[in-house]
Design a protein around this ligand. Structure first.
Ligand code: ZN
Length: 239
């Protein structure tokens, strides 16, 4: 299974997750929406790629989500970071190794959505898995590069989970909190990305946000909205 192109996000508010702040150089965006910090001159080109992604997608991610943080974002380039991207309080950490840079836009849009949703009513009222689903939904909607690959992979992961008889167990895991999400093994985490993306796509992003603004939603509420009537969760696993 090819996982290399997935965003592999690890949204976290735990301060001990932080690497050292890069201090070798700073790349400013033209939009004033953010700053890219890096350690070595070899990372300058990566910093430019990330700055362009901020210019292109930061505002669009906020518009799609319907909420926005006012302060500009700091993106720290950390080659070989433990995941492709992490949003941690006041910065986004981005793995600037070459394989990660080729799909920087998908990863960064996913993280911009975490960034804008931090502390919002959406984060308050939705299970963490659904925030991940929203991040994936907006990233896949806005970024064309890698989209078809990712959608095919998600269909494949869900079909395989169904064939193994894991559909109900996987659906039950949608209720885990942010800390548990971070401790998932990689395969399960990507299966949950696939499932949460599919739920958000099925309900519709606007409706998910609208319902979450009214009050808290459980995973069962989300599944009922995604699979009305006699449909059951089966349909989520079959493309
Ligand atoms: Zn994420």
């Amino acid at each position: 299974m090819a996982f290399l192109l997935l965003s592999g996000c690890s949204a976290s508010s735990r301060p001990f997750d932080l690497p050292a702040r890069p201090s070798g150089g700073v790349f400013q965006t033209t939009s004033q929406n953010g700053t890219v910090l890096f350690e070595t001159p070899a990372e300058l080109m990566g910093a430019q790629v990330v700055a362009e992604a901020i210019d292109r997608y930061y505002d669009k991610a906020a518009a799609a989500l319907g909420c926005r943080r006012n302060e500009p974002v700091d993106v720290w380039l950390i080659p070989g970071w433990r995941s492709l991207g992490s949003t941690n309080q006041d910065r986004i950490i981005f793995d600037s190794s070459p394989r990660s840079l080729s799909y920087a836009d998908l990863t960064l849009v996913h993280e911009f959505v975490h960034w804008h949703s931090e502390g919002s009513v959406l984060e308050e009222n939705l299970p963490h898995s659904m925030i991940e689903g929203i991040c994936e939904y907006i990233a896949i909607s806005l970024v064309e590069r890698g989209r078809a690959f990712r959608l095919n992979l998600y269909s494949e992961l869900l079909e395989e989970a169904w064939a193994r008889g894991d559909a109900l167990a996987l659906s039950a895991r949608l209720s885990i909190d942010k800390a548990e999400w971070l401790s998932l093994d990689r395969t399960t985490r990507y299966e949950l990305y696939a499932l949460s993306y599919t739920i958000v796509a099925r309900i519709g992003l606007d409706r998910v946000c609208e319902e979450a603004r009214i009050g808290p939603l459980s995973v069962d509420d989300m599944l009922r909205l995604a699979c009305p009537g006699e449909d059951g969760v089966e349909s989520l696993f079959k493309s």
